[in-house]
Ligand binder design. Structure first.
Ligand SMILES: C[S@@+](CC[C@H](N)C(=O)[O-])C[C@H]1O[C@@H](n2cnc3c(N)ncnc32)[C@H](O)[C@@H]1O
Length: 301
């Protein structure tokens, strides 16, 4: 077992989503390497967790990590919106649960995906351009790059990651793919770097950062699937249950904020976090990827 992801906003999550009675059941809808889940099971000896992940290989790591908790940790492989939508109206036979006391969602992908998956998430590596968290379903990033007309490719970069040079990057991709299909992460990173204006190349972030982010979001339906994920999570919660969501980029954050506001406005929810909770400077210093994380919690009335 090789755990590399550092859970973000851990103490804040433990405190805002702490069980409030005995024998509670929490759904960790984005289990990943189970960093949050392990901390919850350790701190609250009475708590049970159902952990869901669309990625089978990362879930294997989670299973090993949580083995010592026995039946307090159970698992489901698949997309959480599917699982939770099934769970909401009726009892899920295999887990014997009617509703969850807590649903926790830590959006996006894990450090594992960039560093160890071998699926082309990182512009710093030379790997097949796949980017699917579940490699057994849907289109790869290479498929999308090969298929989309230039304008749609530009729109994708702009809409998913607010890439300001979306048009020139899309043009460069289309020119290059006419020579030969773009199937490797390194080639894509080079194409984007060459097409970006010099001032973009001088910045701290690699010029292909947003292109890779936009493709990853598209491949895994991270934005289109977010609202259904939140709705299914809300439906699967008992009254007084809490939904906690950590978002990582502004587009994601906007969807979560709007949905929570709606719940508060129509009287079905109470905002536990009036203002989204951001990491302390110390956490950002220790774990740079946490810098954009925001935690929001809403309670069902
Ligand atoms: C940021 S990581 C979670 C990290 C975890 N909290 C930890 O501390 O190790 C997000 C995980 O959720 C998974 N994931 C993302 N969207 C999902 C979805 N809609 N359904 C199921 N799993 C999803 C990804 O495969 C990834 O492993």
């Amino acid at each position: 077992m090789n755990v590399i992801h550092t859970p973000v906003l851990l103490e804040e999550t433990l405190s805002l989503l702490a069980p409030r009675s005995g024998g509670e059941v929490m759904c960790d809808a984005t289990l990943g390497e189970a960093g949050h889940a392990e901390a919850f099971l350790e701190r609250f000896p009475d708590l049970q967790i159902i952990g869901i992940d669309a990625d089978k290989s990362i879930q294997e790591t989670a299973k090993k990590r949580l083995e010592r908790f026995g039946a307090r940790a159970r698992f489901y492989h698949g997309r959480s919106e599917d699982f939770l939508a099934r769970a909401a109206p009726a009892r899920i036979a295999e887990f014997g649960i009617e509703k969850f006391d807590t649903v926790f969602i830590d959006l996006g992908v894990s450090l594992y995906h960039y560093v160890q998956s071998g699926r082309g998430f990182s512009f710093a590596k030379d790997e097949p351009l796949d980017m699917r968290v579940n490699p057994s379903e849907g289109e790869t990033a290479a498929d999308i790059i090969a298929r989309l007309p230039e304008k749609e490719l530009a729109d994708l970069l702009y809409n998913n990651a607010e890439e300001r040079y979306s048009r020139r990057i899309a043009r460069a991709i289309v020119e290059e793919r006419a020579r030969s299909p773009i199937t490797r992460s390194k080639r894509l990173a080079d194409i984007v770097a060459r097409s970006a204006p010099p001032q973009y190349r001088r910045r701290a972030a690699h010029p292909a950062t947003k292109t890779f982010q936009a493709l990853r979001i598209e491949v895994n339906g991270e934005l289109s699937g977010l609202r259904p994920l939140l709705e299914s999570a809300w439906g699967a919660l008992r009254n007084r249950g809490r939904l906690g969501v950590i978002s990582f980029h502004s587009l994601e954050s906007r969807v979560v904020k709007a949905y929570f506001r709606e719940l508060a406005k129509d009287g079905s929810g109470r905002l536990v976090t009036k203002k989204a909770v951001a990491p302390h400077l110390e956490e950002i210093r220790m774990n740079a990827p946490s810098r954009s994380a925001l935690l929001r919690v809403v309670e069902k009335i």
